[in-house]
Design a protein around this ligand. Structure first.
Ligand code: ATP
Length: 308
């Protein structure tokens, strides 16, 4: 088990930031922590990294206690904090060299630069790198000692979609070598694309945990179908299957339903039993974003409450 957390509680004075978190994270894969501002994500990852102490409960990371074995843990995990300050007057090669010197073992600097796609910038000054290149360098700093576990706090915040994809590629390659990644993000689409498992935290508690597919499947969300037929048709089979007509858009009849599989079966019945053929069918299923808003919606601010 890469991470095991039992009954974790963290208080800052009277604010309860984490209230009884239990988690088991086996090795391999990318785990995304999602949640509104103030939900407790940074508190949770920084406890895993040994930077903050739990108030109550136990935490084991790679078999080590982050509070009492922080030094040994540091050599085995790679960490990117929410804001990493990188010396501006050094080159990426110098920065990675500096970070490599902190560890007993590390990979060659050229390999480190290549891993994050910065070979061409090895001699540029950090101050002249773009935001995306700096984020990749920060990732290179976290990876230089070939850690077994990578913990990233909002690694793509503020980046454009192309730069974000560059970061995703580095993270995927790292996963491909069998290692584990834990990351926090506010980009739900990123979690859906990148993560094998998504954990949603709200006000210091886990409110959902599963693969993106499992979370979407569990959601209450409705699917929309747009169906175009060659002529007039009787929607009764669709309505009987639980689909509600929602008007017409161009040639398409729109239906909403919580059971899209039943609607597709009913569509087959219409095509077999009525004198029409199908011209077009489009479907929109709920996304992870719909599920997320269902879970934390109306709570734009996920701040935990005061002690009860
Ligand atoms: P964000 O998405 O905005 O980064 P988060 O989910 O990472 O938020 P945390 O930063 O862990 O949330 O904060 C959780 C709660 O704990 C918030 O109410 C925050 O104000 C509080 N908190 C965090 N750090 C401290 C601290 N050092 N002292 C006091 N309260 C803190």
């Amino acid at each position: 088990m890469t991470i095991r957390i039992d009954g974790l509680e963290k208080r800052y004075g009277s604010v309860v930031a984490l209230r009884g978190i239990d988690l088991e994270i086996p090795g391999g894969g990318i785990v995304g922590l999602l949640g509104p501002n103030g939900a407790g994500k940074t508190t949770l990852v920084e406890i895993m990294e040994g930077l903050r102490e739990p108030t109550r409960g136990s935490v084991s990371v790679l078999g080590l206690d982050p509070t009492t074995q922080a030094r040994r843990l540091k050599e085995r995990i790679g960490v990117q904090l929410q804001s990493t300050s990188i010396p501006l007057d050094l080159t990426p090669a110098e920065v990675l060299g500096l970070y490599a010197s902190f560890y007993p073992r590390s990979r060659p600097i050229d390999e480190g630069l290549e891993q994050v796609g910065l070979e061409a910038k090895r001699k540029a000054l950090v101050r002249n790198l773009s935001g995306g290149q700096r984020q990749r360098l920060a990732l290179g700093m976290a990876l230089i000692h070939e850690p077994e576990l990578l913990i990233l706090d909002e690694p793509t915040t503020g980046l454009d979609p192309v730069a974000r994809r560059g970061i995703h590629e580095v993270i995927r390659q790292y996963r491909a070598s069998g290692h584990s990644v834990i990351l926090t993000t506010h980009y739900i689409e990123e979690a859906e694309l990148l993560c094998d498992r998504v954990i949603v935290i709200r006000a210091g508690e886990v409110v959902a945990d599963g693969t993106p597919f499992q979370l979407i499947a569990k959601a209450e969300g409705v699917s929309t179908l747009w169906i175009a037929f060659s002529g007039p048709f009787d929607p009764a089979p669709l309505v009987k299957a639980g689909a509600t007509p929602h008007g017409v858009e161009g040639n398409h009849h729109r239906f909403v339903t919580r059971d899209p599989a039943a609607a597709v079966v009913a569509l087959g019945d219409i095509l077999r039993g009525q004198e029409v053929s199908l011209v077009d069918l489009r479907m929109k299923r709920p996304t992870l974003e719909d599920v997320y808003l269902e879970l934390v919606g109306g709570d734009a601010d996920g701040e935990p409450g005061e002690e009860e």
